[in-house]
Design a binder for this molecule. Structure first.
Ligand SMILES: [Zn+2]
Length: 318
């Protein structure tokens, strides 16, 4: 997606009479926002009210207790933003956010790690083309040890400790397009994204086109992006990037739920941190690993236009 600049202050302004300017965005005393809008107001001859000032009159802890809003929806994730009024804006439109109950949030957080781990952990195995591992030191023969591609995942309490930040929203509309922005280490998902969801598309099946329904869990697909994977048929969000053929479309990084060895790439590319070939050592230089999917996989697409193959001609009477 294309990151856009947020227009938080401007959006707040659209709701109030032009003769009064109220600043409600977070910031510091005489912050860039205060200075910008003070100048803006002076230039246009409108009254300026510094909405920050009251927050500095009392000690910080008292201010926090008095003014902190639980469930506040101020955030900006890669240009998709919310200004505290419960309406989310992105490049496709506006979405109305509902608050979470404590029970809902706890259930979602508990399931989040479990769902991702069950799918992505130990999904692949890397098989070497030659012995390479010497568990007992250089004096004994090397073993052709296989590598299991495992995943470790945990939720942390503060953004500072996190490698990735995911915002989870509860939009009333079902058309919000969740996304992960791996280069910014963040993602924006909805409360529905942990469940499987059907998408039906005209799809090439062999030489014909059929209406095929694909089952996908959005969080698992987006977590693939977080791992560094792109769509099955190239980076980008055009329809063709999600695949053209049935084999492509049923891929997790297409519209489906299925992985191939292509999705082992995040683990393969981490090998360089673990295996450091000795300079000029031909054996080391020749070491290659082949990926294999080792977890069982369900076939989760449904071909709506499937017809039984023509019955074989009955054997001719003697
Ligand atoms: Zn995607």
């Amino acid at each position: 997606m294309v990151p856009r600049r947020a227009t938080i202050a401007l959006d707040d302004l659209s709701q109030i009479p032009a003769s009064t300017l109220i600043l409600t965005v977070a910031g510091d005393r005489d912050s860039i926002q205060v200075r910008h809008w003070r100048d803006w107001a002076a230039l246009r001859g409108v009254r300026f009210v510094d909405g920050f000032a009251p927050f500095f009159r009392e000690p910080a802890d008292i201010t926090m207790r008095k003014y902190f809003i639980r469930g506040d929806t101020h955030f900006n994730a890669a240009g998709t933003y919310c200004t505290g009024n419960g309406i989310l804006h992105d490049q496709y439109g506006r979405f109305h956010l509902d608050p979470w109950t404590d029970a809902e949030w706890t259930a979602f957080s508990d399931n989040f790690v479990r769902v991702i781990m069950r799918y992505w952990d130990s999904k692949f195995e890397l098989t070497p083309n030659q012995p390479w591992y010497r568990p007992s030191g250089p004096q004994l023969a090397a073993e052709a040890a296989k590598i299991t591609c495992s995943l470790s995942l945990g939720l942390v309490g503060t953004p500072k400790q996190a490698n990735q930040r995911y915002f989870i929203i509860k939009p009333q509309e079902t058309s919000f397009r969740s996304f992960a922005a791996p280069e910014q280490r963040l993602g924006l998902f909805t409360h529905r994204d942990l469940s499987l969801d059907w998408k039906t598309r005209q799809t090439r099946v062999g030489r014909v086109r059929h209406s095929v329904s694909f089952l996908q869990n959005t969080v698992l697909h987006e977590f693939g992006h977080t791992l560094g994977l792109q769509h099955v048929a190239g980076a980008g969000n055009s329809d063709a990037n999600y695949g053209v053929t049935l084999e492509q479309r049923e891929d997790l990084m297409g519209l489906g739920d299925h992985v191939t060895v292509r999705e082992a790439q995040p683990w393969r590319s981490q090998l360089r941190h673990h295996l450091i070939p000795a300079r000029g050592n031909r054996d080391d230089a020749a070491l290659r690993f082949t990926a294999r999917v080792v977890a069982p996989q369900l076939i989760t697409y449904w071909d709506n236009d499937w017809v039984p193959p023509p019955a074989a001609a009955p054997p001719a009477a003697p």
